[in-house]
Ligand binder design. Structure first.
Ligand SMILES: Nc1ncnc2c1ncn2[C@@H]1O[C@H](COP(=O)(O)OP(=O)(O)OP(=O)(O)O)[C@@H](O)[C@H]1O
Length: 307
């Protein structure tokens, strides 16, 4: 069965002044899938999201929602989208429930049952009748998620959703999000500059830099196996392995070798037979951070981490 994307960005471009802020972006987002939108500060994430929700005009290209250009039927397109910005605005002096009721009244056809359903989806049943001012940041974020889900959007955009949450809060938010994506078959688009968070939360990651999409990673695919190798002399080990066709990179300490597990004994034998001492061979999972660093360069990532 061919799964149709719910949102398609086609050659999306934004020029401000004489600067291309978004440069020919092409991206498809699918039902039930969580896609991360990862990039350092100033990469163009917010600009892209603003265009997707109609807060900013595009210079050229198109945004298709369920196959229809957003520019042709803006109301219909937007009715399929739910958005959560960094810190969702809530009335703190009202209870969580009253907040949801208030937002439900502003939209049409939202039943009391639907309100109860979203409350349970974000695990707020116990505290929903307490004032929002007594909520933790994590609970407020979940209430924001419940609010965005009220009208059963097919596409959910979260701009930096876990900013300010502690690791336990991030883990909890992630679990709710995963379950919602699966049960409501909603397509979720999460922007973040936090690699570790996005790596754990998403099925797929689109990396943006300088307004250009530089990579799309499918997190459900198995990663290439890498091994950390400590050998002496390291240069001789690298030269020998390169001559045998292996991919070997130097690390701050030791070497990073791309190989299958079944090849390791022969590699150790080869090195030893050539007078090279082997001190350690350890599996090394190349993290997205390693890959992101390779793609974008170290300076950018340092900036991204400190935001
Ligand atoms: N109205 C504007 N006028 C001029 N330049 C702009 C405008 N809006 C954004 N930019 C520039 O566009 C680039 C992309 O900005 P954007 O806010 O989309 O990045 P981002 O990836 O969301 O970054 P952050 O993580 O900091 O929010 C930046 O270089 C920014 O300075």
């Amino acid at each position: 069965m061919i799964i149709k994307p719910i949102v398609e960005l086609k050659n999306l471009t934004k020029v401000i002044g004489n600067k291309k802020i978004i440069d020919d972006l092409n991206l498809s987002l699918y039902p039930g899938q969580i896609t991360g939108f990862l990039g350092p500060n100033g990469a163009g994430k917010t600009t892209t999201i603003r265009m997707m929700v109609g807060l900013m005009k595009r210079t050229s290209g198109e945004i298709l929602i369920d196959g229809k250009p957003l520019s042709e039927d803006f109301e219909e397109g937007l009715s399929k989208i739910g958005v959560i910005v960094e810190n969702p605005e809530m009335y703190k002096f009202m209870t969580g429930y009253k907040n949801l009721l208030h937002f439900a009244r502003m939209q049409s056809d939202i039943s009391k049952e639907r309100i109860d359903e979203v409350i349970s989806q974000v695990g707020l049943e116990q505290r929903i009748h307490e004032k929002v001012s007594t909520y933790s940041l994590g609970m407020r974020q979940r209430l924001g998620l419940a609010q965005a889900l009220l009208h059963r959007p097919e596409f959910l955009i979260l701009d930096e959703p876990t900013n300010g949450l502690d690791p336990a809060g991030i883990r909890e938010f992630r679990q709710y999000l995963r379950e919602i994506a699966a049960t409501e078959n909603v397509s979720v688009f999460v922007s973040s500059h936090m690699l570790s968070e996005i790596e754990l939360m998403c099925d797929r990651i689109a990396v943006i830099q300088n307004g250009k999409l530089v990579d799309i990673q499918d997190m459900t695919e198995p990663v290439q196996s890498h091994y950390y190798l400590e050998a002496s002399p390291a240069e001789d080990a690298q030269e020998l392995l390169l001559s045998k066709g292996f991919i070997v990179e130097t690390m701050p300490v030791g070497l990073l070798l791309q190989a299958e597990k079944s090849q390791i004994p022969a590699i150790v034998q080869l090195l030893t037979a050539n007078g090279i001492q082997v001190f350690a061979v350890q599996p090394h999972r190349k993290t997205l951070e390693d890959q992101f660093l390779e793609m974008t360069g170290g300076g950018q990532i340092a900036e991204a981490h400190t935001k």
